[in-house]
Design a protein around this ligand. Structure first.
Ligand code: OSB
Ligand code: MG
Length: 369
């Protein structure tokens, strides 16, 4: 396969309601898409980078810059030797920038698999045709507001609730949700690194709520701190931000820092690396689940295929389109009995709708070989 041109599209897609985490509050999904044109056909991917370097060091215009200046010139140079599998080895010399690398690798994988009429799910060896959906619930201004959202999501059929937490918004909201819905509700929390090694006693108080897991409680580089916390509390420690590669996943598991892993393909450099993390986790009896970055249908389709692999034994943040957007940019993904169907068509299995791209696009730029 040969890469002919790439279109970088910046989109601002309004969210239905503000999504607040311990690191930001967003009303708009500001995102970059990569549209690859090859001699065998076209492919699409959504870059995971936020508008600001607040979740990881990457941000959308930075990802566009590294694609333009370094990543795409190297891939153009490969000529006919290009394949999705060749992307990571070719770009190995570029330090970090995993979300930018993931976006182009995914767009090329989409083009490659569309050409061979293979779905992402088949390529991954996925074993299910639908996956259970959880929902990530942001930090709210008040407990009644939170309960309104949780009630609504449970009525829709979501099978697992994840509450975003931060110091001052932890024990009370978790207690209220647990007491209201009882012991059978699958409930977990995500701190996005908001706590420190000084907060272990506070986090231990959450043990009484029998949570599925606590996600990324402390600083992403503090592997040893997570191992110490995992020893100290009953709630299983799950890592998100820390797990940026299969090598780090292996080390975190061996150190006892990751009792569960959230796999986000964008964070780890793509789906090929994600499958490696899945395999390492399965070999070590570590459950995994698929995280999200508020993706539009273009990113969501590929995540659902990954989440259908056998090691994904916990519900993911792969919610329906309607949880995020009034209007998605593909056919919307819908929740049916708490599950979302895995696309079966070639490649990611969905197509962007041109008129809707036009509506939300802020800029479109072609880069040619
Ligand atoms: O930490 O999992 C996270 C959204 C943006 C950035 C980080 C995170 C999240 C979510 C929502 O929790 C996941 C989703 O529904 O896509
Ligand atoms: Mg998280």
């Amino acid at each position: 396969m040969k890469l002919e041109a790439v279109e970088l599209i910046r989109l601002n897609v309004p969210l239905k309601s503000a999504f607040r985490t311990s690191f930001s509050s967003v009303n708009m999904h500001e995102v970059v898409w990569v549209h690859a044109v090859t001699d065998e056909g076209e492919g699409w991917a959504e870059c995971g980078a936020n508008d600001r370097p607040d979740y990881s060091s990457e941000y959308h215009t930075g990802a566009m810059a590294v694609l333009r200046e370094f990543i795409l010139p190297d891939l153009f140079k490969l000529g006919n030797d290009l394949s999705a599998e060749a992307v990571a080895p070719t770009l190995h010399w570029i330090k970090q920038h995993r979300m930018a690398k993931a976006a182009i690798e995914t767009a090329l994988l989409d083009a490659q698999l569309r050409a061979s009429t293979t779905s992402f799910a088949e390529y991954f060896g996925a074993t299910r045709d639908k996956v259970p959906a959880g929902v990530s619930v942001g930090i709210m201004d008040s407990l009644p507001e939170l309960m309104g959202f949780v009630e609504g999501y449970l009525n829709e059929g979501y099978v697992r609730i994840k509450l975003k937490i931060e110091p001052g918004w932890d024990y009370e909201p978790v207690k209220l949700v647990r007491e209201t819905y009882g012991p059978d509700l699958l409930l977990q929390v995500d701190a996005n690194t908001a706590y420190t090694r000084d907060d272990f006693d506070l986090l231990k108080r959450l043990d009484e709520f029998n949570l599925l897991l606590i996600e990324q409680p402390i600083y992403e580089e503090d592997l040893l701190g997570h191992a110490k916390l995992a020893d100290y509390i009953e709630t299983p420690v799950c890592l998100d931000e820390t797990i940026i590669s299969a090598d780090i996943a292996r080390d975190a598991i061996e150190l006892g820092a990751a009792e569960i892993i959230n796999i986000k393909p964008s964070r780890v450099g793509g789906y090929i690396e994600s499958v490696k993390i899945h395999d390492i986790s399965v070999a070590n009896n570590i459950p995994v689940w698929c995280g999200g970055m508020l993706e539009t249908g273009i990113g969501r389709a590929a995540n659902l295929a990954l989440a259908a692999m056998p090691g994904f034994t916990l519900p993911g943040d792969t919610s329906a389109s309607s949880r995020y957007f009034e209007t998605d940019l593909t056919e919307p993904f819908v929740l049916v009995d708490g599950h979302i169907s895995v696309p079966t068509g070639p490649g990611i299995g969905v197509d962007p709708i041109p008129e809707i791209i036009e509506r939300f696009a802020v800029s479109r730029e072609w880069i040619k070989r």
